[in-house]
Design a protein. Structure first.
Lengths: 365, 258
């Protein structure tokens, strides 16, 4: 790096000050603040970036739920251990990992609407390989299948420059059909002998207070945070999603970065497919069971502050977004709301969250 | 003329049926400030993109230090030491100032993880050395929250920080205040003494005339004038930019007449 010695020199551009009373404050003179002052200083730059706002909403809902459950444990059994473990350890991790997949792709400026059918396809690959070749091969095959599907979608989008919305909408029908081609119309089933032991322990075990899925979320979430917010390649994903032309002018190849984002997306979807397959022990080709995941994953990302236009979003925000959606679902079920209310309320939450994010985007600094 | 740093020969660029640049040749000398002038649509920005390796020319040769460069791309020009301030599309608004300055050239450890604190403090130093514009609070600020002039200052700071042999500035002063512009022009003169050549692309002839040793005027994708400052006047440059080759002819005839 050609860092010439700047210190001590007069600034190259001396902009006029409005009045003599205003002092020029040199940025490099600012002392690093510690403790509470440092937290406050850093907090002002976190506003409007998604995670903070959604975290507050999440906390409010959690406090409300806990209060309601403490006052009336039998009427609103939120704190019941089996409910807690089902929501926090099962539903949230799967949606959060899918949300991270969709969110990372959205930060790069692309979508994939074939997420649901891809889950079915990956899960069937996983089940078939597990039945014939064992667990390790199956895990590798399931993740590779996810990456392969995403790379095919990605190549179509990147090479032809068709909007990813249309390209992956078309491919979603293709992958739904492909899973029927692979397994016929009968469901792929994990036999009890195959599931028992390592597979169940790794991907669906109930440890009492928590289940395996939660451990995976913490692991995947930490890696995703490190990659997106601290690794240079994650920085390139933000750059390309935010302004591909600017990134290209600084020798970042937008096509390569977008393909990488599709690959990461695919790997995460492949992994989530394994969690879903082990939990349900079966997968129906061309079925509708996984269809909802496509839009719920995108919803989790959007609720968590990810911009639909790319370049903006955070790992913590997305995990919070997934948690919020699952908590609202859970609250409605516990409150004995009729089934159709659930989609109604989740729908409203998503719209409100997007409006909220839009308002906050202006506050970002 | 001084020794050549960058020389382009017969550069032609076609976008479909449109010829944007037609057989353009010129050179940038070592320690030279060159003004690239022309009206909107003259092909200046395309030429800048080709010089900085972001866009491929349809045909033509690119020589650096007298050596032919076969495959001109951004990685290659970055290695040669070309740094460009692009008129548009320079920064990513959703990213912080630090991340914009180090975009694509992050300071990392051996695992590729960024050293954010170190980058923040260098960014603060670089900004201080380039701009004393009040209002930038921290290098952690998002570029979206900056004014046009502040954003331009960040783009200039980045180019100044990474420049090594050739600095190309595409309309760098469009959003800068008068005194900031003067200071930037002064800086180009100073760079020359430090052994850095620069190309100033502008349609403000008075800015160019002040600092450039040589002027290249483009018109409809062709080079119509390439003169040293001593051999021309602001009036002749104006005639060339406004009237093209015909404008130069009329100007010269008018002078003879007087």
């Amino acid at each position: 790096m050609s860092n010439q010695n700047n210190s001590g020199k007069r600034p190259i551009i001396q902009a006029p000050l409005a009045t003599e009373a205003i002092q020029v404050r040199r940025l490099s003179d600012q002392k690093p603040q510690t403790g509470l002052a440092g937290l406050k200083y850093n907090l002002q730059f976190m506003r409007g970036r998604g995670a903070l706002e959604i975290g507050v909403v999440l906390a409010v809902i959690l406090i409300g739920y806990i209060t309601a459950a403490s006052i009336n444990p039998s009427g609103f059994s939120f704190l019941n251990p089996s409910n807690l473990s089902g929501v926090i350890s099962q539903a949230i991790p799967v949606l959060a990992i899918l949300g991270l997949a969709a969110g990372i792709l959205m930060i790069a400026g692309e979508f994939d609407l074939s997420l649901g059918p891809a889950i079915t396809f990956n899960a069937i690959v996983f089940i078939k390989v597990a039945e014939s070749f064992g667990l390790l091969a199956a895990v590798v095959a399931g993740i590779l299948s996810g990456i392969a599907i995403a790379m095919v979608n990605g190549a179509i989008v990147v090479i032809t420059k068709i909007p990813s919305f249309i390209a992956t909408l078309g491919m979603s029908f293709f992958w739904a059909g492909a899973s029927i081609l692979m397994n016929g119309t009968t469901p792929a089933i994990i036999s009890a002998e195959t599931r028992e032991g390592a597979m169940e322990f790794l991907f669906a075990h109930d440890f009492g207070l928590f289940r395996s899925q939660l451990v995976w979320l913490i692991l995947v979430g930490s890696l995703a945070w490190l990659f997106m917010h601290r690794h240079r390649l994650g920085n390139h994903i933000y750059a390309v999603g935010g302004n591909a032309a600017a990134a290209q002018a600084i020798s970042i190849n937008p096509k390569r970065v977008k393909m990488m984002a599709f690959g990461i997306y695919g790997g995460l979807v492949g992994f989530a497919s394994i969690l879903i397959a082990v939990r349900t022990s079966s997968m129906q080709p061309g079925g509708t069971a996984t269809e909802d995941f496509t839009l719920f994953a995108i919803a989790a990302a959007v609720v968590g502050g990810t911009s639909l236009n790319g370049g903006r979003g955070s790992v913590i925000g997305i995990i919070f977004g997934a948690a919020l959606i699952e908590l609202i679902k859970n609250g409605l079920i516990l409150g004995k709301a009729p089934g159709f209310y659930i989609t109604l309320f989740v729908g409203i939450t998503i719209v409100i969250a997007s409006v909220f994010n839009k308002l906050m985007e202006g506050k970002a600094r | 003329m001084s020794e050549s740093l960058l020389r382009v020969e017969g550069i032609t660029k076609k976008y479909g049926p449109n010829t944007v640049l037609n057989d353009v040749s010129f050179e940038i000398g070592k320690n030279e400030v060159v003004g690239l002038l022309g009206d909107n649509g003259a092909g200046k920005s395309t030429l800048v993109k080709i010089m900085s390796g972001v866009v491929d020319a349809t045909s033509g040769n690119y020589y650096w230090d007298g050596k032919l460069i076969d495959n001109v791309n951004r990685e290659e020009t970055e290695r040669l030491g070309v740094e460009t301030i692009f008129q548009d599309s320079a920064l990513v608004p959703q990213m912080t100032i630090t991340r914009n300055i180090f975009m694509g050239r992050e300071i990392t450890n051996k695992f590729g993880l960024m050293k954010i604190k170190q980058m923040d403090s260098i960014a603060a130093e670089v900004l201080d050395s380039v701009v004393a514009i009040e209002g930038i609070k921290s290098p952690k600020q998002l570029v979206a929250s900056l004014s046009g002039g502040q954003a331009q200052a960040v783009a200039i700071a980045r180019a100044v920080h990474f420049k090594s042999s050739l600095l190309i500035l595409d309309e760098p002063t469009s959003a800068l205040a008068v005194r900031a512009t003067e200071a930037l022009l002064d800086y180009l003169r100073q760079l020359k003494t430090e052994g850095v050549s620069s190309v100033l692309v502008t349609h403000n002839l008075h800015h160019a005339y002040q600092v450039c040793d040589r002027h290249i005027v483009m018109n409809h994708g062709r080079k119509i004038l390439d003169v040293r400052r001593e051999d021309t006047t602001v009036e002749e440059l104006t005639a060339a930019v406004v009237g093209g080759a015909e404008g130069i002819r009329q100007y010269r005839e008018g002078r003879k007449g007087n």
